[in-house]
Structures are given as C-alpha cells and as structure tokens.
Design a protein around this ligand. Structure first.
Ligand code: NDP
Length: 407
C-alpha cells in the first residue's frame, strides 16, 4: 500500500483485521515514520499481522520499481494522491504488479480530473495479464457498485441516477476539509458537470443546489458537482438519460471557501515569495503554490476524528424500468458514524468510508473474484461479493424501494 494518510490508515486497520486474506503486507510512503506509526497503532489495537514499512517517493518511477522488485507485491493499493496514479501504474507494469486506487489521475498544474489518462493503459495491462481496479473508495467506488447492484438485481433499464453525498458531521472547527485539502478544494471550486440526453452539461461552480432529505439526518442543502464516477457509469450503463452528483455543504464552509478563493489562496500556480531562511541569516526568493501553503495551515484531516460527531450518508437514487417492465425508484445508501469510525481506527468517517472499500476491493482481487486483466472501473466487476463484504466490514447498506427520490 502506498500512502500513510487518513484513508491509508483505515485501509491498513481493515487489512490487519482480515489477516486470513492478506498474509503479507507493506506500507510505503513519502515518510517512513508515518508508516511505522500506523503499524504501531494497529499492533496496539491488538491485531497481529506482521507489516513491513518503507520510504518511497511515488512521483519517481525508478524508486517505485526498486521497491516493487524488492517486496514483489501481487497487488499495489495506491492511497497516495491522484497525482501519483500514472507513475504507480507505470511501475506496476514494469514489475508485473496489479493495481488498485480510489481517485482518478489529476495533473498537479491543472485542476482537472478525468479517466482518459488511466484508460489509455488498458491495452498494456491486458497484454501483461495484469488487473487495474480504478476508483475503489466510496464515491467513486461504493456508489458505482451500488449502481451495478441495482442494474443486476432491480432494473432492466436505469434511466436517472443521482448520487447523493451528505456529511452531517460536526468537527467543531471553523473550517477544515475531510480529506486532503488540496485535492478537496480543487474538486469543489471546479465548474459543475452532469450528463443529460447524451451530452455533458456544464454549470458554474456550485450554481445548482437544492434541499435533499437524508435518512436519520433530515434535509440538507445539496450542491451539484462534477464527480468522476459519472464519467464511467454513463458509458457502462448507456440507458442512463441523466446522471448527476450532489454533495452537501454548510453555509460556514461555503463562506470560508469563498474567502479563500477571493484572496487567491486556492491558486495552484507558483507565486514568488521572499522567505526568511531557517537559520535566521537573511531571506531567499522561493516559489510557493498558495493552495499547498494553505494545506500546511489548515487542520490535518487525520486529526479531526477525536471530536467529530454526527454521520455521513452516501447513496444512489435511481429511477428506471424494473424487471417487471414498470417504472420504479430505488435508493440504496450507507450511513456512517464519525465517532464509531474513530473508535475503531482513530480516523473520521470520510477516511473510513474510503479506506474500507479500498480494502474490500483488494480482498476481491486477492480472492480471485475481481481479476480480469485490463484497466477497469469497479462497476465492471460482479457487485454481489463486494456488497456482502460491505455489510461485514463496517459499511452496512439499506434499500428503499419506490420511495420519493425528491429528484
Ligand atoms: P492524505 O493527504 O491524508 O494522504 C496521502 C498520503 O500519500 C500521505 O501519507 C502522503 O505523505 C502520501 N504521499 C503524497 N505524495 C506522495 C509521494 N510523492 N510519494 C509517496 N507518498 C506520497 O490523503 P487522504 O488519505 O485523505 O486521501 C488519499 C486518497 O484517497 C486521495 O487520492 C484522495 O483523493 C482519495 N479519496 C477518495 C475518496 C473516494 O471516496 N473515492 C474520498 C476521499 C479521498 P505525507 O503523509 O508525507 O504527506
């Protein structure tokens, strides 16, 4: 596993809890000390799995190759940042390793994500007899598997898909992001995008919003965003007439976001800054990326867990033609308590809802259930064994048939 952040910590705990499937395990990241800390916490919690750790710069293919040739992993779980997807895929191809991630590639200098860069590896993975599993977190990930499950069991034709993501938690901070702030702010400040009648429709950032009611939570203002799973779902389910993604934000969060943008702190280009030298002997001209600097002063998402109350609620609201030929609606969702996630893994619910599916995807691969050579989005695999594990591994799901979808 590459990365030692919030999501990686949860995935490591869950891997240690499933030591019958995962017999040999290594955590490698930019800073080895963070990997060692995860292992220490896992062992303190009573899990016995022997875990190796290593330092690696995942931007450097040669370093990755040296590591992979040494440890010889069957599967590399990429829980670093989207910037490293391609270098890790290159190293996997060079060393004969299979691959899994939770977020699609983004270039560092452009706030833009799409699957084309990773789909371009299809033939090479196929020829090498290797499997790459893309987008195996919650969204993308579980939401895509929910859609596959609905298509397999409940619908002849899925026509309308709305993915709804609510975080009704309170971390008692004025402003904090729930996962890597740089990636999170880049995602939210982009233009909105949704699929309708065979084409993409663009909106201004956060232009479209409406109140949606979430189970056990109530109504929350939900904003239409561009989200990566829509891109593959409309291809894999061509009967979809409209597909959208909604995420809740509180007014306090949006107020801070607006100020951050207005004062230029969300910029991703370099600005020159006269910085004092660490030894106090003068100053030097340095280049900093404002958004990366902002990350350094914001609360670390990994530290939010302790006082986090409330829950997340993420699901798919689907309308289409059922197996009986009549129109039906279907809502499948999970609610996850931040406190319960923290008590189990030391991390908050957003890391938990991403790290658990990453482990389950790895389990599907290791059990030989999801290992078709090539590059695949998760909805291309059988959803049933994955859905079964969600119930066992801490993310139980619920279904509402023929309810009011509000959409
Ligand atoms: P963090 O920033 O907490 O963790 C990222 C980890 O990767 C850190 O340990 C970091 O090192 C390490 N890292 C960064 N760059 C390198 C590098 N060049 N070489 C080696 N290691 C590196 O992020 P999260 O845990 O919150 O998120 C992890 C991933 O999960 C992201 O890709 C994110 O987009 C994705 N995600 C997916 C979701 C989904 O539902 N699909 C939801 C939430 C997140 P260091 O600790 O030294 O900084």
């Amino acid at each position: 596993m590459i990365g030692a952040g919030g999501v990686a910590t949860v995935a490591a705990f869950k891997i240690a809890q499933n030591a019958d499937v995962f017999t040999e395990f290594m955590i490698a990241s930019r800073r080895k000390a963070k990997c060692d800390k995860i292992v220490e916490d896992i062992h303190k919690a009573g899990y016995k799995l022997d875990i190796k750790t290593a330092q690696v710069d995942a931007d450097d293919v040669e370093q990755l190759k040296a590591l992979f040739n040494d440890f010889k992993p069957e599967l590399v779980i990429n829980l670093a940042l989207p910037y490293q997807d391609l270098t890790i895929m290159d190293a996997c191809l060079a060393c004969g390793c299979n691959y899994l991630d939770t977020a699609n590639y983004e270039p560092k200098d452009e706030a833009h994500f799409e699957y084309s860069w990773q789909w371009a590896y299809r033939e090479r993975f196929e020829k090498a007899g290797l499997t790459a599993i893309l987008g195996c977190g919650f969204d993308p990930g579980v939401t895509s598997i929910y859609t596959a499950y609905a298509a397999k069991h409940h619908f002849k034709e899925i026509q309308y898909l709305d993915i709804v993501d609510c975080n009704a938690g309170d971390h008692h901070k004025a402003f904090a992001t729930n996962f890597n702030p740089e990636i999170n702010i880049r995602e939210i400040t982009q233009k909105g995008l949704y699929w309708e009648d065979g084409k993409w429709v663009e909106t201004e950032p956060l232009e479209i919003h409406k109140d949606l009611t979430y189970p056990e939570i109530g109504p929350r203002d939900s904003y239409l965003l561009h989200h990566e799973e829509i891109e593959s779902l409309v291809i894999n389910y061509p009967t979809i007439k409209r597909a959208r993604f909604w995420m809740t934000f509180g007014q306090q969060y949006l107020k801070h976001l607006e100020v951050i943008q207005n004062i230029g702190m969300s910029r991703i280009d370099e600005v020159e800054y006269e910085a004092p030298l660490a030894d106090g002997t003068g100053t030097a001209k340095v280049k900093i990326v404002p958004l990366q600097f902002l990350k350094a002063v914001l609360p670390n998402p990994q530290d939010l867990g302790e006082n986090y109350e409330g829950q997340t609620s993420i699901g798919c609201r689907i309308r289409g033609i059922g197996n009986d030929g009549k129109e039906h609606t279907y809502y499948v969702y999970n609610n996850c308590s931040h406190r319960a996630a923290y008590e189990e893994t030391g991390m908050q619910g957003v890391s938990y809802t991403t790290g658990v599916p990453a482990m389950i995807g790895a389990m599907m691969f290791c059990k030989g259930l999801w290992n078709t050579p090539g590059v695949h989005n998760v909805e291309e695999f059988d959803p049933d064994p994955f859905m079964e594990q969600l119930n066992k591994q801490g993310l139980p799901w619920h279904e509402i048939h023929d309810g009011d979808l509000e959409l």
